[in-house]
Ligand binder design. Structure first.
Ligand SMILES: NC(=O)c1ccc[n+]([C@@H]2O[C@H](COP(=O)([O-])OP(=O)(O)OC[C@H]3O[C@@H](n4cnc5c(N)ncnc54)[C@H](OP(=O)(O)O)[C@@H]3O)[C@@H](O)[C@H]2O)c1
Length: 290
């Protein structure tokens, strides 16, 4: 068994992006980060995104409307960023405080600045194997982890557990692309016989949000296991009072797997790195002559 080191792979990607930004002519790429309200997790995610942008040489702008902002005003803010020629990428940090309609806000983002890849135009381009769009960051990060770990998907059976719009579904579409050529099974909460399907996987990708859901008996010996889950479980020995665990019972599954991602330090660091890659791509595409 070997561990896929997401921190190391993300650092390599960040170094490559830094070199690309340094070599490009003109102003640096610019990422607008919209954080509504003061949710502590959102504060820390947006801070991390701004820090990584700075490390690469991407300019970031923080827009911090209060949780009381109404739907029309928030969509108006997004529209103003769409029109701003100095902004290449727009990220609206999820989750938005209720009663704001997150999906409606995401749909307001101009597709060519939608670096999170949630706009229907970008989801459609993913389904059509059209590389001009933006792929959501966690699924793109999973594919990058696999590629940089030497895992080729062609002819392999990939089983994805979870069908969310943010992780499961786009991951399945990426594995199915003609450039990847996996055979894909997608499982969800209504799947019958899930353990037997999981056991068929050459590559098992788990994104459900249930601590230690995948046990050793659900994994084929030698499988590659990608654990997307990020679950907080109470831990009095930690200063924060909790620790992060994945959706896979790591200690039991790791000895059976050929490759496995840890939590933390697996998929997580790749998500921010891929956001940066999308931002650099947005800037490059916006500058290319029409
Ligand atoms: N590492 C990262 O950067 C990153 C990024 C995003 C998310 N995550 C983590 O990944 C996990 C999943 O996130 P998400 O946004 O995809 O979650 P989500 O929107 O809640 O979707 C969860 C999916 O899992 C399925 N599911 C739930 N319980 C199940 C069960 N017992 N058996 C089979 N399927 C089950 C659901 O099925 P139904 O569709 O039938 O309800 C759904 O499709 C979470 O722990 C989240 O924190 C990590």
């Amino acid at each position: 068994m070997a561990v896929i080191d997401g921190n190391r792979i993300a650092a390599a990607l960040i170094a490559e992006l830094k070199a690309e930004v340094a070599a490009a002519a003109g102003r640096p790429p610019c990422l607008a980060l919209v954080r509504v309200g003061d949710d502590p997790a959102s504060i820390s995610y947006v801070r991390k995104k701004g820090q990584t942008a700075a490390e690469i040489g991407i300019e970031s702008r923080n827009l911090l409307p209060p949780a009381t902002i109404d739907q029309a005003a928030l969509e108006g803010l997004v529209e103003s960023l769409n029109r701003d020629p100095g902004v290449d990428g727009i990220l609206v940090q999820s989750p938005l405080p209720p009663p704001l309609d997150e999906r409606a806000v995401f749909q307001r983002i101009a597709p060519e600045k939608d670096v999170d890849g949630f706009h229907p135009v970008n989801v459609g381009k993913l389904a059509q194997d059209d590389d001009s769009g933006f792929t959501s960051c966690t699924p793109a990060g999973i594919m990058e982890l696999l590629a940089r770990s030497g895992v080729r998907l062609e002819g392999k059976h990939v089983v994805v557990i979870g069908r969310s719009l943010i992780v499961g579904k786009p991951t399945a579409l990426l594995a199915l692309r003609r450039t990847a050529n996996a055979t894909v099974t997608v499982c969800h909460s209504k799947t019958v016989g899930l353990p037997a399907l999981a056991r068929l996987a050459d590559v098992l990708i788990v994104a459900i949000g249930r601590p230690a859901f995948v046990t050793a008996d659900m994994v084929k010996p030698g499988a590659v296991v990608i654990d997307v889950g990020m679950n907080r479980v109470a831990d009095a020995t930690k200063k924060s009072g909790y620790r992060l665990v994945g959706d896979v019972d790591y200690e039991a599954v790791a000895p059976r797997a050929s490759l496995i991602t840890p939590v933390p330090g697996g998929v997580g660091p790749m998500t921010v790195a891929m956001l940066m890659r999308n931002t650099v791509k947005a800037a490059r595409q916006r500058r290319a002559p029409a």
